[in-house]
Design a protein around this ligand. Structure first.
Ligand code: TMP
Length: 215
């Protein structure tokens, strides 16, 4: 008997500091993929719907205080609890466009400068999670981001913190990384994003297997 294995979907990740345009661009990419008949879905981390996500949400809104290491592990656990669903979706041929992931996890906690919570410590709990096929890093200076109507009121949405986060992202660049100048027009960023996404989809069509962090 012959069986044809369905092509797997691509894992396309958006990363960047707060107010870099990730939400606009990730939503636009999913619409674009749908218009081309690609089975695609938008995911977002933290996923605030789960029990762990609700703890994270309360922390981000300043309603609870949580130890820095403990909250870091909650963000990681919030990805682990989605791991099986993620792998199942990819192998069923669904492309996942993901708004933030482990790179944000490591960059934000490491930027706090808490003794012991260096980048290596921060990366460890996410090791062996599915890795993105392409990471689209929307690059914008914290000054320019702050001008975009100002940061929101959640924890971390402060210029000093964002500068530290940008430096940590710089250290997390890997082979999946594509830096896009987010200070360009929405349309110019969209064009770059589509080019990167098309290449990622093609690499999966060519048989690229799912990769795992942080190899
Ligand atoms: P959001 O604004 O994209 O919902 O993300 C909420 C905040 O949480 C944002 O400031 C980035 C931060 N964050 C972490 O600190 N660790 C993580 O693992 C993730 C995914 C986000």
């Amino acid at each position: 008997s012959t069986s044809t294995k369905p092509l797997r979907g691509a894992f396309i990740l958006f990363e960047g500091g707060d107010r870099c345009g990730k939400t606009t661009q990730s939503e636009s990419l999913v619409k674009h993929l749908h218009s081309k008949g690609v089975d695609a879905e938008l995911w977002k981390f933290p996923d605030r719907q789960t029990a762990i996500g609700q703890m994270i949400n309360a922390y981000l809104q300043g309603k609870t205080e949580t130890d820095d290491a403990a909250v870091h592990l909650l963000f990681s656990a919030n990805r682990w609890e989605k791991r099986d669903a993620m792998l199942a979706a990819l192998s069923a041929g669904r492309t996942l466009v993901v708004d933030r992931y482990a790179y944000s996890g490591a960059a934000f906690t490491a930027a706090k400068g808490v003794p012991g919570l260096d980048l290596a410590w921060c990366k460890a709990p996410d090791s062996n999670l599915p890795a993105p096929d392409a990471t689209i890093f929307l690059s914008i200076t914290p000054e320019a981001a702050a001008k975009r109507g100002g940061y929101g009121s959640e924890r971390y949405e402060k210029e000093e913190m964002q500068k530290g986060v940008a430096r940590k992202f710089e250290q997390l660049k890997d082979a999946t990384w594509h830096s896009v100048d987010a200070s360009m027009s929405v349309e110019a960023v969209e064009a770059e994003v589509r080019r990167i996404a098309d290449a990622a989809l093609r690499s999966c069509e060519d048989g690229r297997p799912v990769q795992y962090l942080w190899l």
